[in-house]
Design a binder for this molecule. Structure first.
Ligand code: OGA
Ligand code: NI
Length: 361
């Protein structure tokens, strides 16, 4: 009879073996399996998957045109989206379609090259500026997700070109420049929404450091048993997400899972935990997840506006923005340094506003 203890030892060994393989979820799929290993099973999470999803198919997150509407309207739309949804898509954002498509292709090429070419990049060392891994919190989460990642840190710049994988070197450099510029523009809009000086959030270094994650969600033979990415909020100021045409992303809105359909050429923007903290809950950092699918691969590029390397994080202190506080709007959170934020983040598994919970006053 297997005791809980021996089960967890077995699970530990399986997780370790998976990590040692350095070939990620794609490696498992390529081995020809038809049943997914039990370390990926998330029965509880899945029980809520089906019904709410389909009920909400009439609603989705706002789509905002950054170029062809009046500034006041634009600011108003961003305000509503940031307060009520925490998520929106942007079109006419200035990043050419060919750059977006090539970025998806570049991430795809990385993950689909020979295992031996990827292995040298495989690492759990968070201080590495370029690394390939599967499941950032593999050894903490209850269940592993059906997803591999290639991550690039740019603080403020990417590492030297020779440190980037050759198959996506040029496009990662190009995309990171363009997405950063878009981030600066959106932080200006968000500052305006808050009634602050246009440059306020940029001066707070919200767009200084980027962490770019090229996510690869292989086709999954048993999609109902696992998740592409479990329910979570993003520990960042903001995230800009590029996705290919395979659906899967869902956002929790009014207690229902809402699909975020891929719109070719659009980018998904979402408010992160630290901006929720700085705006004292005016903007919301909402839970989202990615379902696994029996088609694929789903590819996305999540650019987190924040640095995830503790050794290099800013010494700035973040807390509710003083200009926004009043007697009616007293601070909900305490001030915190970036180092503390990251330490909290890495100490916890991936689940709901992990960054903010310990900071409530
Ligand atoms: C993330 C995330 C969504 C996606 O990386 O935090 O939510 O579509 N990604 O890959
Ligand atoms: Ni996310």
């Amino acid at each position: 009879m297997a005791s809980l203890e021996s089960f967890s030892d077995l699970k530990k060994a399986q997780v370790q073996a998976f990590d040692d393989s350095k070939t990620g979820v794609k490696g498992i799929l390529d081995s020809g399996i038809t049943k997914i290993p039990s370390i990926f099973h998330v029965n509880l999470e899945k029980s809520t998957q089906n019904s709410p999803t389909h009920e909400s198919s009439f609603t989705t997150i706002p789509i905002i045109d950054l170029q062809h509407i009046k500034r006041v309207e634009l600011v108003d739309q961003i305000k509503n989206a940031s307060k009520n949804w925490g998520f929106f898509q942007v079109i006419n954002h200035g990043i050419p379609l060919h750059v977006l498509d090539e970025m998806i292709n570049g991430i795809c090429r990385f993950h689909e090259q020979d295992a031996e070419a990827k292995k040298p990049f495989y690492s759990r060392d968070k201080d590495k500026k370029v690394r390939y891994f599967s499941n950032g919190k593999l050894f903490r989460d209850m269940a592993a997700n059906w997803r591999d990642t290639i991550a690039f840190a740019a603080n403020p710049n990417l590492p030297n070109p020779e440190e980037l994988p050759a198959v996506c070197r040029d496009i990662v450099a190009e995309y990171s420049k363009q997405v950063k510029a878009l981030g600066v523009t959106i932080f200006e809009l968000l500052s305006e929404v808050l009634g602050l000086n246009l440059s306020y959030l940029n001066e707070m270094e919200c767009a200084k450091a980027l962490y770019i994650m090229g996510q690869y969600y292989p086709q999954c033979p048993e999609p109902e048993l696992t998740m592409g990415i479990a329910k979570h909020t993003d520990c960042a100021f903001m995230t800009i997400l590029l996705q290919n045409q395979i659906e899967g992303l869902q956002v929790l809105h009014e207690n229902r899972w809402v699909n975020v359909p891929p719109v070719h050429g659009a980018l998904v923007v979402n408010i992160g935990d630290i901006l929720q903290l700085m705006t004292n809950d005016t903007f919301i950092s909402v839970n989202h997840r990615v379902l696994s699918r029996n088609i694929g691969p789903r590819i996305s590029v999540a650019t987190f506006f924040m640095n995830f390397t503790i050794s290099e994080c800013t010494s700035k202190v973040y807390g509710p923005i003083k200009e926004l506080l009043s007697e009616e709007n007293p601070p909900i959170y305490r001030d915190i340094t970036m180092k503390e934020i990251l330490t909290n983040y890495y100490a916890k598994g991936i689940s709901g506003n992990a960054c903010l919970r310990p900071l409530k006053l």
